[in-house]
Design a protein around this ligand. Structure first.
Ligand code: NAD
Ligand code: MG
Length: 388
């Protein structure tokens, strides 16, 4: 029986994870759930899965979640980043599912690594902002890291388990191209948040949906792959594959190419990571090859997706640049979702911040967290200056 913590339980990944767990009550027990908003939903999840602990952002959220909760045994409520980190290290938890969105999940994921936990990582921003430090903590404390992000899960499935990169030539990360793959480039300036969040294949949270539309998501995934699999940037290719049937590929030095295929349903990579090294069934439909009509592949267009080149640039410049890329993107995406800037200003903002902010040397998680906060402030100041 695995005892599970789900950080970001009310989100898209959190909900899909709980869907799978509900099918296997003999294998998984929910120990703790966290959420930042939607306290009514968190209370319902608590009634359904009976966790011992809930983690909420503040005292008001604690009051709210308790007011909605109607179960017999009231869970312990922990608060804020401290509550998340305490739970990540809790001796009663075996597996931590990191499904918070953004760099807000960094400290708790790092705490889980330091505690040597089994970590199921969806929260790619952790590796983008602090890849080297996080991977060192995983190694030093013998944590087990299993990727949930579908592309990395596909690569993980295709790589040999021993000497995984010994005969590797490169990994090929697939991208759907998002909802704006075919619209005229000069109309990108006027697309709306609603259009950007309407992903053609995947149903995801709003931030990652916008990231997919700009393709900064693929850039974040390139950085994520670098750290997860210890790759050189020259070993990572991105290809547009509009059907999202192949979730990524691995090419070996003898020319063999292995791909992992399936429906675009996050329950597939989540269940793989949950059960690893076994496999478990779940409710995602199985893949019917007779329905497969076409598999298309094309290179990404830099003009349409400037964020992808910005991510490659940041990766070459190092950890400070990756933190700038991530933090300025998080701010710009939120401003776009709030109708304050245009879609095309997301890439412009990242490019400006990468140009303007001096690169620091970052050697600890606290330094990364402080620098991340500084970039956010500077990005907001820059965007306000454009409006004044
Ligand atoms: P979401 O917006 O649907 O859910 C995010 C969760 O994090 C919610 O439970 C929310 O309450 C919590 N949260 C938000 N801000 C927080 C904060 N400041 N502090 C603590 N908790 C906070 O997001 P999602 O789509 O489930 O994505 C979660 C992560 O998984 C992201 O890093 C995303 O890139 C990654 N991911 C998602 C998908 C997908 O299909 N949704 C696929 C691959 C990777
Ligand atoms: Mg992905």
């Amino acid at each position: 029986m695995q005892s599970l913590v789900i950080f970001g339980a009310t989100g898209s990944i959190g909900t899909s994870t709980l869907d799978i767990i509900a099918c296997h009550p003999d294998k998984y027990r929910v120990y703790a759930l966290s959420a930042f908003s939607h306290m009514e939903k968190l209370a319902h999840l608590a009634q359904r899965f009976s966790p011992k602990v809930l983690i909420v952002p503040d005292e008001k959220a604690k009051k709210d979640v308790l007011s909605f909760y109607q179960g017999a045994t009231v869970p312990e409520i922990r608060i804020g980043q401290e509550g998340l980190c305490e739970t990540a290290k809790d001796p009663l938890a075996d597996t931590i599912v990191c499904a918070i969105v953004g760099a807000a999940g960094l400290k708790s994921a790092y705490a889980a690594a330091q505690a040597g936990k089994r970590i199921l990582l969806a929260n790619k921003e952790v590796l983008v902002t602090a890849g080297a430090l996080f991977m060192k903590a995983v190694k030093d404390h013998h944590a087990t890291l299993l990727p949930i992000d579908s592309e990395h899960n596909a690569i993980f499935q295709c790589l040999p388990k021993q000497d995984s990169t010994k005969y590797l030539q490169k990994v090929i990360i697939t991208a759907s191209g998002g909802p704006f793959r075919n619209i005229p480039i000069d109309s990108l300036a006027t697309v709306t948040p609603e259009q950007a969040c309407k992903h053609p294949n995947w149903n995801m949270g709003r931030k990652i949906s916008v990231d997919s539309a700009t393709m900064v998501n693929k850039g974040l995934e390139v950085i994520e792959a670098k750290w997860l699999f210890d790759l050189d940037v020259s070993q990572i290719d991105v290809v547009i594959h509009p059907q999202s049937t192949i979730h990524s590929m691995v090419q070996f030095i003898d020319g063999s190419l292995l791909a992992q295929m399936g429906h675009h349903d996050m329950r597939i990579p989540i269940s793989y990571a949950l059960a690893y090294p076994d496999r478990i069934s779940h409710q995602a439909a199985s893949f019917d090859l007779s329905q497969l009509t076409q598999l298309d592949f094309m290179p990404p267009d830099n003009q349409r997706y400037p964020c992808l080149s910005l991510a490659f640039k940041a990766l070459k410049e190092g950890i400070g640049a990756c933190t700038i890329l991530n933090a300025s993107n998080e701010i710009a995406v939120q401003e776009f979702l709030d109708y304050k800037i245009k879609f095309t200003q997301i890439a412009e903002t990242i490019a400006t911040m990468l140009q303007q902010i001096q690169l620091p040397v970052l050697t600890t998680i606290d330094e990364v967290v402080d620098f991340d906060a500084e970039v956010r402030t500077k990005t907001l100041q820059y965007l306000h200056s454009l409006r004044s």
